[in-house]
Design a protein around this ligand. Structure first.
Ligand code: FAD
Ligand code: DLZ
Ligand code: SF4
Length: 506
């Protein structure tokens, strides 16, 4: 049956379910660069360039394998501007009898695709995205049996299911989780391996020109461009991580160092999320490194937990709770997003560094996102919709399925505790412990009051006070209310005054 197989920008894998039974004789693959996807949020320039270049390289790879590809470039004269209209155009131009597409990563698109069969009058098959290791149905079944959904228990089941780091039915080393050995601040004399930099070929060159011309108003630095845009190069990134960084991944997972955006992280989320890498190959590569004595268990287990545990758990939550999840706002946060998230213009050094690195790289590591950029938005009560818009725009690995539960669940506690058992709120001392940002800050991290006091210090207590009715019965946080109460009324007034003055000046 002559079939049109639609490949979205984050489905660039030969293993994807929509290509599984492709016939080179009868079928065509459709890949399209469209304004609607490129602009539904103001994506970082590097993210657009990365995806367009990876899409063009993937089309080239398919053609080399003898597959016919209908490829719409953004500036093609006939480009209709949306995925829906591009599919319609292909159906008008060629006698396809059906359309096959793998389930998209965002609810909004899944909703649109569900209407195509009726709208276009051809059979439309949406297939499971089996790049993931737990289907939405399996996650829903798992969640039904539980009062509370905790990543740790989900992760243990995934370890058993995929037989990863297992000794029969026991975890290797006797423990499921080695986080107690992780989370060290960086030592001053640490040698950090150089991050991967991919070569720029003619395809990427053309895309960079296009993005410079068409998206000049978008946030972010386009140059220098160093992302891998082919599977071969993405595999090199993975191997470089396994060889050079994994050994210290656990130790410095939560560390932040000024001027060192990449540290010992893997930098593979861009590739995993668009299909250039597959999760199980990353998990197996790390597991093998442990058995080869290349990396210790705390590092390997910690890394595997991120992919087999957190990544799948987060996706499970997304599909379980959408579409309502996009609108949750448990703490009733209403503030606008401060302008410095786009400009980096703030005298708070931690925030300035994290925003400027995000602008440069379309990347920040987990603790920068959670404990600096996210923490500030949480403490100051920025409305979830603004925080989500920012996180979805600025990171090259951001798609709603993964961005939204991280923001609404992990950062903002907007889901009331579905993802995180308590808000990840912290004062300046946490940032000072895990980074060297405070040394170069206009504020003094040790000061709790006065003009030069670190704003995180009073904003933290103000956040707790403002949200008392919703948080004080949380057993993981109620001790902090006891500390707050012990401070006495005078201090409470001062905290409220400093916070309100700070927020007014934002
Ligand atoms: P590493 O630290 O090396 O971890 C390895 C891999 O584990 C990552 O590549 C990623 O695939 C996976 N992983 C780790 N933590 C998470 C997590 N919490 N959720 C899902 N996967 C995880 N990740 C995204 O891929 N896209 C996003 O849009 C995104 N938005 C985030 C927003 C906020 C507010 C926070 C706190 C986290 C967000 N994350 C997101 C999770 C995490 O920060 C990134 O996956 C990670 O920083 C990517 O860098 P890395 O590849 O070097 O990861
Ligand atoms: C993010 C993105 C961008 C910037 N551009 C395109 C595009 O032009 N064509 C396309 O097929 N996909 C693009 N994407 C990725 C989609 O937005 C992604 O498939 C959905 O968000 C579902 O995850
Ligand atoms: Fe950030 Fe406060 Fe440290 Fe400045 S003193 S870098 S604002 S934590």
């Amino acid at each position: 049956m002559k079939t049109l197989r639609l490949i979205l920008g984050d489905q660039l894998s030969r293993q994807i379910s929509s290509l599984r039974d492709i016939s080179a004789d009868t079928d065509c693959v459709l890949i399209c660069e469209v304004w609607e996807e490129a602009r539904y949020v103001q994506h970082h320039k590097k993210k657009i360039a990365f995806l367009f270049s990876a899409m063009r390289h993937f089309a080239q790879e398919l053609r080399q394998a003898g597959i016919t590809v209908l490829y719409t470039k953004l500036d093609d004269a006939e480009n209709t501007g949306s995925l829906q209209r591009e599919v319609q155009r292909a159906l008008q131009q060629h006698p396809f009898e059906r359309v096959i597409v793998t389930m998209p990563g965002e609810y909004r698109l899944s909703d649109i695709i569900s209407s195509w069969q009726d709208n276009f009058g051809v059979a439309v098959e949406q297939r499971e995205d089996d790049r993931f290791l737990c289907t939405p149905q399996e996650f829903a079944d798992w969640s039904k049996e539980r009062k509370q959904l905790r990543m740790e228990y989900f992760y243990r089941d995934m370890r058993r299911r995929y037989n990863v780091l297992m000794n029969g039915n026991k975890p290797v080393g006797g423990k499921w989780n080695y986080d107690q050995q992780n989370r060290n601040p960086a030592k001053p004399d640490l040698t950090i391996p150089q991050a991967f930099s991919a070569p720029i070929d003619a395809i990427t060159q053309e895309v960079l020109k296009l993005v410079e011309q068409k998206f000049s108003a978008h946030f972010g630095d386009l140059q220098p461009f160093y992302f891998a845009v082919t599977r071969d190069d993405a595999i090199k990134v993975l191997h470089q991580f396994i060889q050079e960084r994994l050994v210290s991944f656990g130790d410095y997972q939560d560390a932040m160092v000024q001027g060192e955006p990449w540290l010992f992280h893997a930098h593979i989320s861009f590739y995993l999320n668009c299909g250039l890498l597959l999760p199980l190959e990353c998990v197996h590569a790390a597991e093998q490194a442990f058995y080869n004595n290349q990396a210790p268990l705390n590092a390997v287990e910690g890394f595997i937990r991120q992919i087999l545990g957190w990544r799948e758990f987060i996706r499970g939550i997304y599909w379980l709770k959408m579409p309502e999840y996009a609108h949750c706002n448990h703490l009733n946060a209403k503030a606008p997003l401060p302008d410095f998230y786009w400009t980096g213009k703030t005298s708070m050094n931690c925030l300035r560094q994290c925003v400027l690195e995000t602008k440069q790289n379309a990347y920040a590591h987990h603790i920068q996102r959670l404990m600096v950029l996210g923490n500030f938005a949480l403490l100051t009560g920025v409305a979830p919709k603004h925080v989500n818009n920012w996180f979805l725009s600025v990171y090259a690995d951001a798609y709603e399925w993964v961005e939204l539960p991280n923001v609404n669940g992990m950062v903002l506690f907007a889901d009331g505790g579905l993802v995180a058992s308590k808000p990840y709120a912290a004062g300046g001392s946490y940032i000072n412990k895990m980074s060297n940002y405070c040394k170069e800050c206009a504020y003094k991290v040790a000061q709790k009051s006065g003009e030069h006091a670190c704003p995180f210090n009073y904003l933290y207590w103000d956040f707790l006070a403002r949200n008392r009715t919703k948080l004080e019965n949380n057993p993981r946080i109620n001790m902090m209310y006891k500390s707050y109460d012990r401070m006495g009324e005078e201090k409470h007034k001062n905290i409220a005054k400093m916070s309100s003055r700070f927020l007014q000046n934002l």
